[in-house]
Design a binder for this molecule. Sequence first.
Ligand SMILES: *Cc1c(COP(=O)(O)O)cnc(C)c1O
Ligand SMILES: [Zn+2]
Length: 416
Amino acid sequence: MKNVIGAVCIKCGAEQTAANDTYTCKKCGGILEIVYDYHYIKSRLTREKLAADKEYSIWRYLDLLPIEEGSKLSALRVGWSPLYKTEAMGKALGLKNLYIKDDGLNPTSSLKDRASAIAAVRALHAGKNIVACSSTGNAASSLAGNAAALGLRSFIFVPERAPIGKLTQLLIFGATVIKVKGNYEDTFRLSAEAIAQYGWYNRNAAINPYLSEGKKTVSLEIAEQLGFIAPDYVAISVGDGCTIAGVWKGFKDLYALGLIDKLPKLISVQAEGCCPVNRAIETNSPIEPMEENTLADSIAVGVPRNGDKALMAIRESKGITVNVSDDEILAAMRLLGNTAGVFGEPAGVAGTAGLKKVVEKNLIPQDATVVSVVTGNGLKDITSAQKAAGEIGGPIHIAPDMGLLEDEFRKRGIEV
Ligand SMILES: *Cc1c(COP(=O)(O)O)cnc(C)c1O
Ligand SMILES: [Zn+2]
């Protein structure tokens, strides 16, 4: 890879080559970050080149991705999700410049596709024919889908609580699914043992440093879609921490290349019932494990595997932390649906729920440019969506009679 210099450990600073099996630091076992040759990339990745590029997927940013030359790229359209300026929702929240980045519109309906696309391409190029991971759901379904698109097999370890929509996706994408009796922590451990035993390609997000490189494309797109101006704030939900680390890396890359001239502040949103990353920031102490008490299954991560990278991202950006209750998450689901026409899953809308709280606490100015990333689609977890919808009121259930219909409208005070 001409664009990649190597990998550096975020714990001990040791530099190493970015090889296929480079997952963690050879010296201390810490998490690695990929280092780019910005001087080389600068001459290749320009605003003009991007403006003329008709490749509307993450592959438009190949110059900034850890993909070996000659790799076969997946044909799935991952990335280039829409960035909506949502005036009605902005008004509801009290923000003049609010944008929603709808990453639920990826091929398998979550932001995770950005990472899994990289994993599948790298696995194929490394001569592997099986990829594996443990996941609360979306990493798994996205890996299974992206693997299928490249003709790879997938082995997926899921905790028992994974919603049925996500499990079903896995089966349709032809994955071998192992449903582990236990929580995410137990699931992760078994997957790590099996991966070591069988030599499969490891897509576990924390371990594999190439994955947050894929996730960073969400920021490359946000900046490009805003005309190469970084927003003031980006609100994002946090589980393992790989996503928020990727978001930060994307903006830092663009800044290093001179394509944007400031960096945003990150708003790190976790669930009140599971917020180990935010708690570590707020108490300025190391991450301590927490229970996983939230309906937002995709961010129910009691032992964040990429916590250190997440902490770095939040601190470096001088970011804000905020925790939200399940009720606030369900309310955000209704708000996004009602005012923006965007349907997110609980973890997908948690960022928006957190943003609402941050505005209410007057922590950000009303005229700030703010992007709230919706990280996953609501159809993935219909049970939670039904809970959210229940508070709106169910359908009007009547016989096919115009008189009855008018009665119901009158009774319920529905204007027609
Ligand atoms: C995985 C995921 C997140 C959080 O990403 P992490 O890298 O685990 O922090 C947020 N929302 C959705 C929908 C996800 O699938
Ligand atoms: Zn190290």
